[in-house]
Design a protein around this ligand. Structure first.
Ligand code: ADP
Length: 496
């Protein structure tokens, strides 16, 4: 891949490293800190307060008080809406700083963060600001002489645990609907990427958010994360991460206070290219579907199924595209791919590449690390992949495209659905009948037809099967953060 040279130099500095509890930046109760890294080099860029069970206790107490005593759920919905809107404005004002911090701590291209992710962050908060004052109950036509209505109330203190692949967008998907509905929040960031949520939460307070409404704790999963999932005073849990950890937090929630849980977990999404597809466009989007964000997307199109009649051409073009992919310093102009997040993920991806080679898939390009420093991996394409190979079954979460050949629609439907996951699928065809047939047959929470990775605040996202429970974004996410109260009142017959 050619290397872009021009360096972009946005303002970047690390100001917030303590936990944000009750509107104040505070050290961890234990006084401990942990390092956070630059994935370009593996060097430490800051030390961050290491929250554990005690910090979660303090954050939950603050959120509890802000919920029970107000002001948040007691403010008018319009006032809440305006704070969300002011926050969105501040996100826009601070786009360069936030994007630079996101890129520095995560390794994603700065241009991707600044031009795509930050606008989506602001858009999502404006979308939920719009909902805040449009949450209605129903009047219910019950049998008998009763006046019956439902009140849609906030559920209380929401505990939220997010991953490292889209630190700011995951913050938005969780915090936006929770706050719009009048809940208070304790959010635990991923240990790899603690910085941007602290910055964003600081902006939220500048926008007028009362103390205690949004608390951010940095720390590790088995300590801080587990304490949040099992806390008796947390009324709802939302989690995004791996399927294995999802099972753990669901169990912790059940064993403690049965708090309802939404889970957004792993995937192994099929990307199906039919023989009548626009091949060049399908090649480009299949490439994007897999390699976007260094391949670190839960919905990555990680099984590229191609019809046998166009298979050879598709392989050649996919290989050429991957070879052209610009990998390098995420702060350089035109860079499409930065480093993987950390040494653990880097090693894991390289292990899967070796497994693909050993299982006799054909390595078309890539196959190794890039350079000798940091966590860069060459864009890698395997052809002749079989369904039972590990690279076709497991979530790799890296820049490794697996291309499989199929014969006909029935064959590909059966094979695409033979997975424990069901997060997303891509369908490429010019035939409406084929598109409709596949759309109905595929068991996945999102089907992108002749497109991929279209994320909009209004479009729900979530998984079938072991890809999760529930939906985020859109109107669906509101249900995650509301309780329904039925109010039944006898009518005086004579009155009507
Ligand atoms: P990944 O493999 O993408 O790092 P994880 O599921 O391990 O995914 O991490 C996602 C989030 O879950 C992170 O914030 C992490 O700290 C948290 N986490 C990990 N283990 C646990 C646990 N045992 N209990 C609660 N949260 C956890």
């Amino acid at each position: 891949a050619s290397v872009a040279e021009e360096l972009i130099t946005p303002p970047v500095q690390i100001t917030y490293t303590q936990n944000l509890i009750n509107g104040q930046f505070v050290d961890a109760a234990s006084g401990k800190n942990f390092p956070t890294y630059d994935p370009r080099t593996g060097e430490v860029i800051a030390h961050v307060a290491e929250g554990d069970a005690e910090d979660i206790n303090r954050a939950v107490a603050a959120a509890r008080k802000a919920f029970d005593e107000g002001p948040w759920p007691k403010m008018t919905a319009y006032e809440r809406s305006r704070i969300l809107l002011r926050f969105a404005d501040l996100v826009e004002k601070n786009t360069e700083e936030l994007a630079a911090l996101e890129s520095w701590n995560n390794g994603k291209p700065y241009e991707q963060a600044a031009q795509a992710e930050l606008p989506m962050l602001a858009r999502l908060f404006r979308y939920y600001a719009g909902w805040a004052d449009k949450i209605h109950g129903l009047t219910v036509p019950a049998d008998g002489d009763y006046h019956v209505q439902t009140l849609h109330e906030p559920i209380g203190v929401a505990g939220q645990i997010i991953p490292w692949n889209f630190p700011l967008l995951m913050f938005a998907w969780k915090v936006g609907p929770a706050l719009a509905c009048g809940n208070t929040v304790v959010l635990k960031t991923a240990e790899q990427t603690p910085l941007t949520a602290l910055y964003a939460a600081k902006l939220f307070h500048e926008a007028g958010l009362p103390p205690g409404v949004l608390n951010i704790v940095s720390g590790f999963g088995p300590t801080a994360g587990a304490a949040l999932a099992s806390h008796m005073d947390v009324d709802k849990l939302a989690f995004t991460g791996s399927t294995d950890t999802g099972k753990i937090v669901l169990e912790l929630a059940a064993r403690s206070n049965l708090k309802p849980v939404t889970l957004e977990l792993g995937g192994k999404s099929p990307f199906i290219v039919c023989e009548d597809a626009d091949i060049d466009r399908a090649v480009e989007l299949a490439h994007f579907a897999l390699f976007f964000n260094q391949g670190q997307c839960c919905c990555a199109g990680s099984r590229t199924y191609v019809h046998e009649r166009i298979y050879d051409e598709f392989i050649e073009k996919s290989k050429a595209r991957a070879t052209r992919r610009v990998v390098g310093d995420p702060f350089k102009k035109g860079v499409e791919q930065g480093p993987q997040i950390d040494a653990e993920q880097f090693d894991k991806v390289l292990r899967y590449i070796r497994s693909g080679i050993q299982s006799n898939a054909t390595l078309e390009c890539g196959g190794d690390r890039l350079g000798s420093k940091g966590y860069f991996i060459q864009p890698t394409v395997f052809s002749n992949v079989q369904d039972d190979m590990l690279i076709a079954k497991d979530e790799i979460f890296g820049p490794v495209q697996s291309i499989l050949k199929f014969k006909d629609i029935d064959d590909v439907i059966r094979r695409a659905n033979t997975t424990r996951y069901g997060l997303a699928a891509g369908v490429f065809t010019r035939s409406l009948d084929t598109a409709n047939t596949l759309t109905r047959a595929l068991r996945a929470g999102t089907i992108w037809v002749n497109c991929f990775d279209v994320f909009d605040a209004a479009i729900p996202f979530g998984g079938y099967k072991m890809s999760g429970i529930g939906r985020e974004k859109g109107i669906y996410s509101l249900h995650n953060y509301l309780q329904v109260k039925a109010v039944v009142t006898p009518l005086k017959k004579a009155a009507w």
